[in-house]
Design a protein around this ligand. Structure first.
Ligand code: NDP
Ligand code: MG
Length: 395
């Protein structure tokens, strides 16, 4: 390849490249031309060092970092002789976010992704955002940082990506509501008694989407949809009462926008995250993506039903968090992440998670606004501490 062609390569860094979103992103990039089309300034992972090293070599990454400070030597030796720079620990993730890039794919799970994503935001990169916790926890601060940085915020979460695709730029004033679709998860038809008894393994098996373990369990409890309601509020500047959720078990309609004239615009596609990822990283062009095409005759039907908030209280908690505002999004998320870790460890029940989050939100509701990102981290720490004490876990 000549140097002129090299200069036109699009630079994409990936936070969380070893995860479900990260692997799908690399798959899409490979399909769209691989190393001939893209340069990869930085990639990050945490525990899966072998995969991280392999990805770094395959993409010719400039920098590879693991979030785990104790795995530096292992990553260094796995990349020996490659010329790829190596880092470990939280500061190395921030360094990855700072590396000059055209677009950063934010694919870390949880609030751990906030600081490295903000580093890229400040540098003016476009952000393809899967890591919804950035918006749930830091909401207005995150969107303000995006405006200062000047990059575009491109939603990767399939629902928000769908809305982004059908939101007509010059018709924003006429948006009446958005309708987030939810598969309903594996427990859509379970009774509360059945839900109380489920194990993490059962909860992690999603019927339609293949995803990381945490988001899969969050889908089963509908905490994922709760986070997505808050995410949508910040992404699209909506009031809480403009955000609706409808259960749609086939996951073919990825979400919809309702306009003031009664029209509803929807985006449809196979349930495959490579669709939303490919759209976000190719925007404003539409690329040729390796996803299944819909066959409507075979689909035959699309079903819808209202979500049951007594079995899925997470949705009501999202509405409360949005109405209260301030740091309640960070508190909801921090308490949820703590309770989810304890559920995954097998030390609390599936339904207890929502009770713990509700109680933590009430205890820490003091009307405070987030003046800085430090306030967000403090609220997150406090929420985790309260949730863990309610679960009788060591601090
Ligand atoms: P995974 O668990 O599959 O991957 C998470 C990635 O983050 C991995 O690279 C993992 O490293 C890394 N990681 C985990 N913990 C930390 C930490 N504490 N600090 C730094 N890095 C860490 O998650 P998903 O890919 O499923 O989800 C990523 C984000 O995208 C989430 O916010 C999720 O809600 C969102 N999302 C995901 C969808 C999906 O289809 N998966 C759909 C829509 C949104 P390692 O594996 O090496 O340990
Ligand atoms: Mg989603």
């Amino acid at each position: 390849m000549n140097s002129a062609a090299f200069a036109t390569k699009r630079r994409i860094s990936i936070l969380g490249s070893t995860g479900s979103i990260g692997r799908n992103t690399l798959d899409v990039m490979e399909h769209l031309g691989g190393r001939d089309a893209f340069a990869v300034p930085a990639i990050t992972g945490m525990g899966n060092i072998e995969l991280l090293a392999r990805q770094a070599r395959q993409t010719g990454a400039g920098f590879a970092a693991t979030a785990d400070p104790d795995r530096y030597a292992e990553l260094k030796s796995a990349l020996a002789g490659s010329g790829i720079e190596v880092g470990a620990g939280p500061s190395a993730l921030i360094e990855a976010g700072h590396r000059d890039t055209d677009l950063l794919l934010a694919g870390i799970v949880g609030i751990a992704g906030l600081a490295p994503t903000l580093a890229a935001v400040a540098g003016g990169a476009d952000i393809a955002l899967a890591n919804k916790e950035c918006l749930v926890s830091a909401g207005d601060l995150f969107t303000a940082a995006m405006s200062r940085g000047g990059g575009r915020l491109l939603p990767v979460d399939s629902e928000h990506n769908a809305i982004f695709q059908v939101l007509e730029e010059n018709q924003r004033h006429a948006v009446e509501r958005i309708i987030l679709t939810a598969s309903g998860g594996p427990f859509r038809d379970y009774t509360r008694e059945q839900m109380a008894a489920v194990t993490p393994e059962i909860a992690a098996a999603h019927p339609n989407w293949s995803m990381g373990i945490k988001i899969s369990i969050d889908s089963a409890s509908m905490f994922n949809k709760a986070l997505e309601m808050i995410e949508a509020r910040h992404l699209f500047g909506l009031r809480p009462d403009q955000i609706e959720v409808i259960v749609h078990p086939q996951s073919i309609i990825h979400s919809m926008v309702g306009y003031s004239d009664g029209s509803v615009l929807a985006q449809l596609g196979a349930p495959d995250m490579r669709h939303a990822i490919g759209y976000a990283i190719s925007h404003p062009r539409r690329a040729n993506l390796p996803v299944e095409r819909l066959d409507f005759a075979r689909l035959a039907r699309l079903d819808f039903s209202a979500p049951d908030e007594t079995r899925f209280p997470a949705l009501a908690l999202a509405r409360i968090a949005m109405q209260r505002g301030g740091l309640q999004g960070a508190i909801l998320n921090g308490a949820k992440e703590a309770a989810l870790d304890v559920f995954i460890a097998g030390r609390t029940g599936f339904l207890d998670m929502a009770d713990i989050v509700a109680e933590t939100m009430d205890r820490l509701h003091d009307g405070r606004e987030a003046a800085s990102i430090e306030d967000v981290y403090a609220a997150d720490r406090e929420a985790r501490a309260v949730a863990r004490s309610l679960l009788r876990e060591p601090a």
